[in-house]
Design a protein around this ligand. Structure first.
Ligand SMILES: [Zn+2]
Length: 260
């Protein structure tokens, strides 16, 4: 029997730290059996790695979030390089550009993004991209610094035309979709997802953020990736187990991870 995978969860979020077992068992009850835990800083990846040591169905990504670039020190960079050598780290993320909250450090954001891509290339890992209001600049950075081992857009909210443009880049580009896909007015994102071949798509929650329709206003959890999957199966007019198997293969192929 197939299962769902959440490719982007902030398991280290303060609100989940008190009861990770509860979180994980609710995920399992909803047939969500593999989780990629994303990190924004060292504190995050240390927590996520501790969980991954306990639970083999958790993988970890480590990187510096674009919103925090102004505080990075060379010690931080050494820490990142060291942790990326850990085989439990499947990708560098989440990294990228965010012009929505603050445009003070856009140049520095691009530098930090590029440096992390180069590091990912050196250590042979793919990257997980956070991009908000910065699709053009993200394209420029990727053009000048291709992610040799692949790039996954987390919660892709760009246009279908932009997705086409990204796919012309000489690298393996994929797109993850989460709860926002199910929002009533989000025709643009549904149009983007339907324009992509299934082997370019993955599912995620971005929990605790971006709960799907019906759960809005509540804290999101990995268990809810199931609703995104069911929604997509309906949109695609296909069976859930076909999607589950496709997304499982996509995960193995992109992250070079063996899954049951
Ligand atoms: Zn995130």
């Amino acid at each position: 029997m197939g299962y769902w995978i959440d490719t982007h969860s902030h398991l280290s979020d303060d609100s989940f730290r008190a009861d990770p077992e509860g979180y994980l068992s609710r995920a399992a009850e909803n047939n969500v059996r593999h989780i990629a835990a994303i990190s924004c800083n060292k504190e995050d990846w240390e927590w996520n790695l501790a969980l991954a040591s306990k639970y083999p169905f958790i993988d970890v990504m480590a990187g510096f979030y674009p919103g925090d670039v102004q505080n990075l020190t060379e010690d931080d960079w050494r820490d990142l390089e060291a942790v990326l050598r850990d085989p439990r780290i499947i990708a560098v993320g989440e990294i990228g550009l965010d012009y929505y909250w603050d445009k003070t450090y856009t140049e520095l954001q691009k530098e930090v993004f590029a440096r992390q891509i180069e590091m990912a290339n050196e250590l042979r890992k793919p990257i997980s991209i956070h991009c908000r209001d910065a699709y053009e600049d993200t394209y420029e950075v990727l053009k000048n610094h291709p992610a040799k081992y692949g790039a996954l857009f987390h919660c892709y909210s760009g246009s279908k035309e932009m997705a086409v443009q990204y796919r012309t880049l000489p690298m393996d580009v994929r797109f993850a979709f989460g709860g926002t896909l199910t929002y009533k007015n989000n025709h643009r994102q549904r149009e983007a997802v339907m324009s992509l071949p299934l082997d370019r798509i993955m599912l995620e929650t971005d929990s605790p953020y971006l709960s799907p329709q019906g759960f809005r206003g509540k804290k999101n959890e990995s268990k809810n990736v199931r609703y995104v999957g069911e929604f997509l199966a309906e949109l695609w007019k296909t069976d859930e187990d076909i999607l589950q198997e496709q997304f499982r293969r996509n995960y193995i192929d992109f992250f070079k991870r063996d899954l049951p």
